[in-house]
Design a binder for this molecule. Structure first.
Ligand code: AQP
Length: 333
């Protein structure tokens, strides 16, 4: 069985639909056939300097959403990144193997730091992809299910693994492969359908948050930006708005895009939006109920996370030990 690792940041009260369709549904699908490890990456969230109480709350909320989506702690390991200190330790080793220019070429860093200005940008944001490489290499991960926006970061993880094997000998690190499902690899903002949907979007109007009031969600779908034509067809270059709605419709119903397009032959954008709003709300209502169930019992949730951290650490500690040894750090008696 191959090893899967992936994580999400607790950077918002709610995950957004792109997180769910791009990554979380894959996490759930992969857990039967693979040894899966899923993580709330709270150390990553520190890069944007969150309020401490808010971060703690969002960490539990994010874990509750993983569970509500179907991550099963009996089959997968579910834990919080900071509970396993080996992540931060390995990140230091890897940061000493990462070129300054190499890290500076990461487009997510360039985008986020240009919005925050150089004083608002932390060194942590710069080294974020190195910590992500540590998360992945720490578990000798084979496959990393993520959305398209993480492709470049994953490429860095692969380069680092290959570099370690060259410098310190074969078998130092496992080179991870991305698992990116093309159809849902990038869900777009409803108001700006050429930018990806994001938890930290500047305007909430193009965002579908999984814990939003269903009425608000329905309204946002009905107000989604489309185009001046009338024809419903899947053409991401010419019709990004409609194509995005079709992608979401298809992913949530399991119906192929072509079949949906055929259903709407002769119908208008308004019909598509109205029906999609129902589909999304129909998915969100039971999801939200499950999330609230988990949040109503924080002691049980913490128990699940503590057990996950124990299991994760049992895998992480020997890997880190192997790497410390290969790097030439004198081990304590
Ligand atoms: N729009 C998207 N379409 C498909 N997949 C997406 N992902 C994020 N947005 C989309 C995937 O979800 C996971 C979340 O990773 P993250 O929490 O580390 O943050 P991110 O990639 O930076 O996602 P966000 O929502 O945009 O968060 P913020 O605003 O905090 O930066 C990853 O697998 C990602 O690919």
């Amino acid at each position: 069985r191959s090893r899967i690792f992936s994580g999400m940041q607790p950077t918002s009260d709610s995950l957004q639909l792109g997180n769910y369709l791009g990554a979380l549904t894959q996490w759930v699908a992969l857990q039967d056939e693979h040894d899966a490890i899923y993580c709330v990456v709270d150390l990553h969230a520190l890069t944007v300097n969150p309020d401490p109480a808010v971060l703690r709350d969002r960490t539990r909320r994010t874990a509750a959403q993983f569970l509500a989506a179907g991550v099963d702690p009996a089959r997968s390991i579910l834990f919080v990144q900071s509970h396993v200190p080996e992540h931060a330790e390995l990140a230091w080793l890897l940061s000493c193997q990462t070129g300054f220019g190499e890290a500076g070429r990461m487009t997510q860093f360039k985008d986020k730091s240009s919005k925050q200005g150089s004083e608002g940008t932390t060194v942590g944001l710069f080294t974020y992809p190195v910590l992500m490489a540590a998360d992945i290499l720490l578990y000798d991960t084979n496959l990393v299910p993520v959305g398209e926006d993480q492709r470049q970061h994953l490429e860095l993880s692969r380069d680092l693994a290959q570099r370690l094997n060259q410098r310190f000998g074969p078998g130092t690190a496992v080179v991870p492969d991305p698992h990116i499902v093309k159809a849902t690899a990038k869900i777009y903002d409803l108001q700006d359908p050429t930018s990806k949907m994001s938890k930290s979007a500047e305007s909430p109007n193009g965002l579908i948050e999984l814990l939003d009031d269903p009425k608000v969600v329905a309204k946002r779908i009905r107000s989604a930006v489309t185009d001046a034509e009338r024809e419903i067809r899947f053409d991401p270059a010419a019709k990004p708005g409609i194509s995005n709605l079709l992608t979401i419709y298809s992913a949530l119903t399991g119906r192929p895009v072509d079949a949906i397009v055929a259903d709407y032959d002769g119908k208008g954008y308004g019909d598509l939006k109205k029906d999609l709003a129902e589909v999304v709300v129909g998915f969100l209502a039971p999801f939200q109920e499950r999330v609230h169930g988990y949040l109503a019992d924080p002691a049980s949730l913490d128990e699940v996370l503590a057990d996950g951290a124990d299991r994760a650490q049992a895998l992480a500690a020997p890997t880190l030990e192997r790497l410390y040894d290969r790097f030439g750090l004198l081990r304590r008696r």
